[in-house]
Design a protein around this ligand. Structure first.
Ligand code: ZN
Length: 373
């Protein structure tokens, strides 16, 4: 609004106020006029009224009011790597402060975090026994395997902890790919979807609150949803789809943690190309139509435009973002090198993801945030 418009607008409001005079005293009306001229004077000094922003964030409270999404403990999901050696607790070299856990180490590790407000974890199975891997990823839904054992244990010991399970085959297949392969080495989509949806159902039956397929096989969300419906579990098991999962360098530390590097080829033919915004939008819409309850974007900070797209396309659904291992490792490396402060950068990065439109963040910083928030 221009200065002259502002003055005439205020004058118009004043004259209306005078006409309604029965409830406004003469003194109040005069005060309103003098306020109008004071406001107009200050505006004329500093420029157009639309440039006046500082009052909105000059006080600590009003600063917090400006946050469309305030980072809270409830938004955070902590990734946990569960291995098949029950007593193991091994640091993951490329992921500072992160470990591979055997089932016997989970409760002692998680108890203090839960006391600090940890609400949610996502489980990744990391079988290390050489015999655990085969072409079909049979170990993925082994009832005695690490993920199903962990679901049962955590449900029993921490009734208020929300348990998400990553659903894929790559940690369990001898070839390291996210599905079942044809003889020529390409993914057999139909067989992969059938197998992945069986694994998801097994996790749901074991007690997982949420199944999150991270393979990118076409049609797996629909297949999982249908099996959950058939099993009478669809009303209480949430389906979070890794809808827009881009290929790239940022999964390096994760592969180190999960031991899921493909033995040949790569996953580029079924993970989205870095510039594939249109494909991401199509995948998001497809997964919404196939029954996903939450749309996930991965990685997060490099794909803020896709998070925004996801929020626009899935306006009425929560959008999750996975702040991947490479993002986490880079922030740690920068802090270690003295380039920036770890805590400040962790907040800046995560709040940037929330500003883009995510309401849920899968983050390796979760234990730190439980202290910081
Ligand atoms: Zn996979």
């Amino acid at each position: 609004m221009s200065f002259s418009n502002l003055v005439s607008d205020i004058a118009f409001r004043d004259s209306n106020a005078d006409e309604r005079g029965s409830t406004i005293s003469h003194a109040q009306s005069r005060a309103a006029r003098s306020y109008a001229s004071t406001t107009a004077t200050s505006v004329s000094i500093s420029g157009d009224i639309s440039s006046q922003l500082h009052a909105g964030y000059s006080h600590p409270l009003t600063r917090s009011w400006q946050a469309e999404r305030q980072l809270t403990k409830e938004m955070l999901i902590f990734p946990l790597f569960i291995t098949d050696n029950p007593d193991e607790q091994t640091p993951i070299p490329s992921l500072p402060n992160q470990y591979r856990f055997g089932i016997n180490r989970l409760v002692p590790f998680l108890s203090p975090l839960i006391r600090k407000g940890l609400r949610s974890v996502i489980l990744f199975g990391v079988p290390l026994h050489p015999s655990a891997k085969d072409a079909l990823g049979t170990a993925a839904d082994d009832p005695a395997g690490p993920v199903i054992s962990a679901i049962r244990l955590l449900r029993a010991r921490f009734p208020n902890l929300y348990i998400n399970t990553d659903v894929c085959l790559c940690e369990y297949t001898s070839h390291g790919h996210c599905g079942i392969l044809r003889e020529d080495g390409s993914l057999d989509n139909a067989q992969s979807v059938d197998r992945i949806s069986d694994v998801a159902l097994a996790y749901a039956v074991a007690g997982a609150h949420c199944v999150a397929p991270s393979d990118m096989n076409d049609g797996r969300v629909r297949a999982i949803k249908l099996k959950l419906i058939e099993a009478g579990l669809a009303h209480r098991v949430l389906l979070m789809s890794y809808s827009a999962k881009f290929s790239g360098c940022l999964y390096g530390p994760f592969r180190d943690a999960a031991g899921s590097c493909p033995s040949f080829g790569d996953r580029k033919c079924y993970q989205l190309p870095p510039g594939g915004r249109g494909l991401a939008r199509r995948a998001i819409q497809r997964d919404m139509n196939e029954g996903a309850d939450i749309i996930m974007v991965k990685p997060a900070s490099q794909y803020l435009d896709i998070i925004r797209d996801a929020k626009d396309l899935a306006q009425d659904m929560p959008v999750a973002a996975y702040q991947v291992s490479g993002e986490f490792a880079m922030i740690h490396a920068g802090a270690k090198a003295g380039v920036f402060d770890l805590k400040a950068m962790a907040f800046e990065s995560t709040e940037g993801i929330l500003r883009a439109g995510a309401g849920i963040v899968v983050s390796y910083f979760t234990p730190e945030f439980l202290d910081w928030l």
